[in-house]
Design a protein around this ligand. Structure first.
Ligand SMILES: Cc1ncc(COP(=O)(O)O)c(C=O)c1O
Length: 387
């Protein structure tokens, strides 16, 4: 079956953050919103049908995560990521950001250090600082046309005694699909310095043509025992509003500690529609997802080619995963404030401000390309008019 990702869907007036709150959050009027990380694309029919079927039953009472919920996750990990997991390893979480915050609360004490690689998804900072823990940074470096990890700096930072390290795999906002070798080096350094590794793999299904995702925990048994993996169908199938995700913990002691914490704080249930959607997505989603990744790869290619031809001062990097692309405007020689105003008031495009991802985001922006090609084309022509 061929899916149509060109359909333009009007999301206004649905309590939609991306459209209905763009002015409030970004500060410009009449913006073409290409910011917060959800898709302007239709949820596929096999998920909509499962949700419709569930609404036909007139009771939405208390429920539990059924065997099928766990088995659909196990099957997806096996088929999509070649990762054999046990259903016992799976813990429910009402969203990944909440899950990261629970993990920080559970595995560290106030004042403890947590290591992150910057620039990175802003809630990585927030779940550490808002819980009264301290951040330690391992900045990512530019090498050629891509961002890479700095292992000697990483080892120095690990020597400072953080309790946890959180990575984004693949990386939001830099678009890297980390290789097995890169991940192995991080995971082995964490093992050497007795630091638990949390791998946020929410973007693991959104891989560009020619690349392949590696769950860190699939690299070896020893690494699996020291790694906590956060996954979800929410980005992949456009279900972020359902707040249903899975945290996979192979180590029985870490898992028991986390499950007790989730039990004690009553965060184990979620909502019935989240489970229905997850099961349908992970059971029937492979073919749709293959086509989606092809479409997103073409969107990325379109954007890169347009910029290279028409505004080469806007630099892009090797883009291997996620529908969120990093745009570097430094060569234009503007201040960050001038750049923001030009984009918001001149071009009227709503991107995520690069500075929200860390100081390395000065003069950078993140564009969301999970939209019909016509929207990407419109954004590019708006940029061309002002630059
Ligand atoms: C790396 C990363 N983790 C987590 C999230 C959000 O997860 P959730 O909506 O499940 O809290 C995002 C959303 O953009 C993300 O990019």
């Amino acid at each position: 079956m061929n899916y149509n990702f060109d359909e333009v869907i009007d999301r206004r007036g649905t309590g939609c953050l991306k459209y209905d709150k763009a002015t409030e959050f970004l500060g410009g009027d009449d913006l073409l919103p290409m910011w917060i990380a959800d898709m302007d694309l239709r949820v596929p029919d096999f998920i909509m049908d499962a949700l419709r079927k569930r609404t036909e039953h007139p009771v939405f009472g208390y429920f539990y995560h059924t065997e099928e919920f766990y088995h659909s996750i196990v099957r997806w990990m096996q088929r999509r990521h070649n990762w054999n997991i046990s259903s016992k390893w799976i813990c429910f979480s009402p969203g990944i950001v909440a899950g990261l915050s629970f993990l920080v609360q559970n595995f560290t004490e106030k004042g403890d250090k947590v290591l992150i690689q910057t620039p990175v998804y802003p809630p990585f900072y927030e779940v550490v600082e808002k819980n009264g823990r301290q951040l330690v940074y391992n900045p990512l470096r530019i090498e050629g046309d891509r961002f890479v990890m700095d292992y000697s700096d990483l080892e120095e930072k690990l020597k400072q005694g953080p309790k946890l390290m959180i990575i984004s795999n693949p990386h939001n906002p830099l678009g890297r699909c980390w290789t097995p070798d890169e991940l192995r080096q991080v995971a082995e350094l964490c093992l050497k310095h007795h630091v638990i590794l949390i791998s946020d793999e929410i973007h693991s299904d959104l891989i560009m043509r020619g690349f392949r995702h590696t769950p860190v925990a699939s690299l070896s048994e020893e690494i699996a025992q020291n790694t906590i993996t956060c996954m979800s169908p929410s980005k992949t199938f456009n279900l972020a509003g359902l707040f249903t995700s899975e945290i996979i913990i192979p180590n029985p002691e870490l898992r028991a500690k986390f499950k007790n914490f989730m039990n004690d704080t009553v965060h184990i249930y979620g909502n019935v529609f989240g489970d229905v959607a997850l099961e349908a997505a992970y059971t029937h989603g492979a073919e749709w997802l293959d086509q989606l990744c092809g479409y997103l790869t073409d969107n990325v290619q379109y954007c890169k080619e347009f910029l290279a031809k028409n505004i080469p001062q806007i630099r892009t990097y090797s883009h291997e995963a996620t529908y969120l692309m990093w745009l570097d405007f430094k060569e234009l020689g503007l201040t960050h404030e001038q750049l923001s105003r030009k984009l918001l008031d001149g071009a009227k495009v709503g991107f995520n401000d690069g500075k929200a991802f860390g100081t390395a985001g000065d003069n950078c922006m993140r564009i969301n390309l999970a939209c019909p090609r016509a929207t990407v084309a419109e954004a590019m022509s708006r940029l061309q008019k002002v630059f």
